[in-house]
Design a protein around this ligand. Structure first.
Ligand code: CP
Ligand code: NVA
Length: 312
C-alpha cells in the first residue's frame, strides 16, 4: 500500500514547517480581512475549491469544527458530505483501511474527528486524498491554527509572544506545544503532575531549542504573559470527572490569575467552556476574553488549511 508523497495531510502542527505554519496563519488573516462585512454565504473570489468535495466524519460531537468546515467549503466554492461514524459501516467494524480506500474514490479530502489518533494516521496512510485531523485524544491542530491567528490579531505578536496554559495538559495543550516549538514563542504550562504533557513530547520540543516550561503554579505560568489559555477539565472520552475536578480546581482561570498576566493580556478558550469550573464567568465574559473572535477564526483558519491541503 503506497501513497503519493505529494499528498498534503494536516494531521499535526509538528508535521508542518515554520514557514508553512506562518503562511497558513497569514493567509487566514488576509482572507478574514478581505471579506470583512461580506454576507456569510459570499464566495471567495475565483471559488478556489470549486467542484471539490470533502467528507466530514464525526465520531464525537462538534459545533465549531462541523460548522466552520462546512461554511469554509461553501465559501470556497466546494461542497461537503457530513457523516457520523455511527451511520457508516466504520461503526459496525469495517476497517479504517477499507474505508480510506473507498472514500478516496469519491471525495477529494477527508476531515475526521476521532476517538483514536492512530485511526486518523492510518486513514491518511492508506487513502489517497488529504486527511485533516478535526480532533483526536492526542491533538487538535485546526483549533490551534485559529488560536495563533487570534493571538496575532489581538496582540500583534506570534514568535515573541508569551502564552500561559493553566489546566489539563490535554489534546489542545499538546497542539499549543507543537506550535510553540515550531514558531518559537514561549509556552508555559501549569498543570497537576497527574495531567501533564508526556515527557517524550516535552523532550521533542526542547530538542528544537524551544521556550517551553511545564510547572505547578498557575501564577508562575501567567506572570507577564500576553495570553492566558485553558480548556475544559473533562475532555470527550475522559471518565474520571471527580478526580479531575479535585486536582484541577487550583488551575481555574479567574480574575486573580489574569492579574498576574500583562494588563493587556487576552484570554482564550477553544470552547465549549464550563463557567465556574476551568474559567470564571467574570473572565470569559469580561473585557480580556477574545473567545468569540477565536471561534469565528475557526472558519478563516479552516479555509487556509483547506487551501494548503487542496492547493486552493
Ligand atoms: N473547539 C472546538 O473544536 O469546538 P467543537 O467541539 O464544537 O467543534
Ligand atoms: N479538549 C476538548 C476539546 C473540545 C473542543 C476535548 O477533547 O473534548
Amino acid at each position: 500500500m503506497t501513497q503519493s508523497k505529494d499528498i498534503r495531510h494536516f494531521l499535526d502542527i509538528c508535521d508542518l514547517s515554520t514557514e508553512q505554519l506562518r503562511a497558513v496563519v497569514d493567509n487566514a488573516l488576509a482572507m478574514k480581512q478581505a471579506r470583512a462585512g461580506a454576507p456569510k454565504g459570499a464566495r471567495e473570489p475565483g471559488e478556489p475549491l470549486k467542484d471539490r468535495l470533502i467528507a466530514l466524519i464525526f465520531e464525537k460531537p462538534s459545533t465549531r469544527t462541523r460548522v466552520s468546515f462546512d461554511v469554509a467549503m461553501r465559501q470556497m466554492g466546494g461542497d461537503t458530505l457530513m457523516l457520523s461514524s455511527a451511520e457508516l459501516q466504520l461503526g459496525r467494524g469495517e476497517t479504517v483501511s477499507d474505508t480510506a480506500r473507498v472514500l478516496s474514490r469519491m471525495v477529494d479530502a477527508i476531515m475526521i474527528r476521532s476517538g483514536s489518533h492512530e485511526s486518523v494516521v492510518e486513514l491518511a496512510e492508506l487513502g489517497s486524498v488529504p486527511v485533516i485531523n478535526g480532533l483526536t485524544p492526542r491533538s487538535h491542530p485546526c483549533q490551534i491554527m485559529a488560536d495563533l491567528m487570534t493571538l496575532k490579531e489581538h496582540t500583534g505578536r506570534l514568535e515573541d509572544a508569551v502564552v500561559a496554559w493553566s489546566g489539563d495538559a490535554n489534546n489542545v495543550a499538546r497542539s499549543w506545544l507543537h506550535a510553540a516549538a515550531r514558531l518559537g514563542f514561549e509556552f508555559r504550562i501549569a498543570c497537576p503532575a497527574e495531567f501533564s504533557l508526556p515527557e517524550d513530547e516535552l523532550a521533542w520540543a526542547r530538542n528544537l531549542n524551544s521556550r517551553i516550561a511545564q510547572m505547578d503554579a498557575p501564577a508562575d505560568a501567567a506572570d507577564g504573559a500576553h495570553c492566558v489559555v485553558t480548556d475544559a477539565w473533562v475532555s470527550m472520552g475522559d471518565s474520571d470527572v471527580e478526580r479531575r475536578t479535585r486536582l484541577l480546581t487550583p488551575y481555574r482561570v479567574d480574575a486573580d490569575l489574569m492579574k498576574c498576566a500583562r494588563d493587556d493580556a487576552i484570554f482564550m478558550h477553544c470552547l465549549p467552556a464550563y463557567r465556574g469550573r476551568e474559567v470564571s464567568a467574570e473572565v470569559i465574559d469580561g473585557p480580556q476574553s477574545v473567545v468569540f473572535d477565536e471561534a469565528e477564526n475557526r472558519l478563516h483558519a479552516q479555509k487556509a488549511i483547506l487551501g494548503w491541503c487542496l492547493g486552493g
